[in-house]
Design a protein around this ligand. Structure first.
Ligand SMILES: [Zn+2]
Ligand SMILES: [Zn+2]
Length: 292
């Protein structure tokens, strides 16, 4: 069971992470419509740096944390052969989400205290325009806290191990989604609408603006006023995207016509990335704040 928990965690990360990375590298035409920072694209150099950091952490700090927590997990979790009721699954997931909102918001905000930031969290903020694989690009200490945050909710609720495994899978996917740099709503629900906007947009804004949107759902940012500027930022993004949508559709249509007219030219057409959103610069948005 220990090995399964570790495999679920690491397997979900690389399974989903590489799928998101394929979008970053191939840049299919539809993807630019969803891009949070449309004029920013990750380089191979940054990808290699992140992969090296994450694989090292997963084989060391991640594994050590799992080994250290396992005796506690064996006492706190239920391993009964009978699966929990559906209602238990629902309330457990809702409780986990709230626990994560609290633990992530306050631990993350602590990491922005200047001394801790320089010592630890600065590494994660090297990435100003997030992409999925950078989600666990961390200092080793922060990697430990991130693994603990995925496990703690199930330990607090004394859950059945099946719910704990499902949550680890969901939490790992969500941390990738919130760093992927694409706001897939409404096709992939990612917010508590109408109260809070896309969690991906919130975390993307955190990397962009540095000292805003510390939480996951947005509840504690709203309570503490640390979401200042996010709504305006999101509205500008939405307006810019609406303007580009017809151009993108026209670009797709003309590309389809070209393909019909001459199959020999289709390869060169395919090589051209849809430029509609390349023009969608954030002229009206200030430059990202520099980290301390
Ligand atoms: Zn941060
Ligand atoms: Zn981040």
């Amino acid at each position: 069971m220990f090995a399964l928990t570790y495999v679920v965690n690491v397997g979900t990360y690389w399974g989903a992470g590489l799928a998101f990375l394929a979008i970053d590298l191939t840049r299919p035409g539809w993807s630019s419509y969803f891009k949070c920072q449309p004029d920013k694209h990750v380089t191979m150099e940054v990808i290699k740096k992140c992969v090296k950091n994450i694989v090292t952490n997963q084989l060391t700090t991640n594994l050590i944390t799992f080994v250290a927590v396992w005796p506690i997990a064996k006492n706190r979790l239920s391993f009964s052969a009978e699966l929990p009721a559906f209602t238990e699954l629902l309330w457990s997931l809702a409780a986990y989400a709230m626990i994560t909102e609290v633990t992530f918001y306050y631990s993350h905000r602590m990491l922005h205290i200047p001394k801790l930031y320089k010592l630890c969290h600065k590494e994660h903020h090297e990435i100003k325009a997030p992409f999925a694989i950078c989600a666990l690009y961390f200092h080793p200490f922060e990697h430990v806290t991130s693994v603990l945050q995925a496990i703690i909710p199930a330990l607090v609720c004394k859950s059945h191990v099946s719910i704990a495994l499902l949550w680890i899978c969901m939490a790992t996917f969500n941390v990738l989604l919130h760093h992927c740099g694409y706001d897939f709503e409404p096709y992939w629900p990612d917010s508590l609408q109408p109260f809070f906007k896309s969690m991906t947009q919130q975390h993307d804004y955190h990397h962009y603006a540095f000292d805003k949107c510390f939480g996951v759902i947005g509840i504690l940012d709203w309570l503490h006023g640390t979401d200042a500027g996010f709504t305006e930022h999101y509205q500008k993004w939405e307006k810019a995207r609406e303007k580009e949508a017809p151009k993108l559709a026209a670009s797709k249509l003309s590309s389809a016509k070209d393909n019909d007219a001459s199959s020999s030219e289709s390869n060169s057409d395919a090589a051209k990335k849809p430029e509609a959103t390349n023009a969608r610069k954030r002229a009206s948005t200030p430059e990202p704040r520099k980290a301390i």
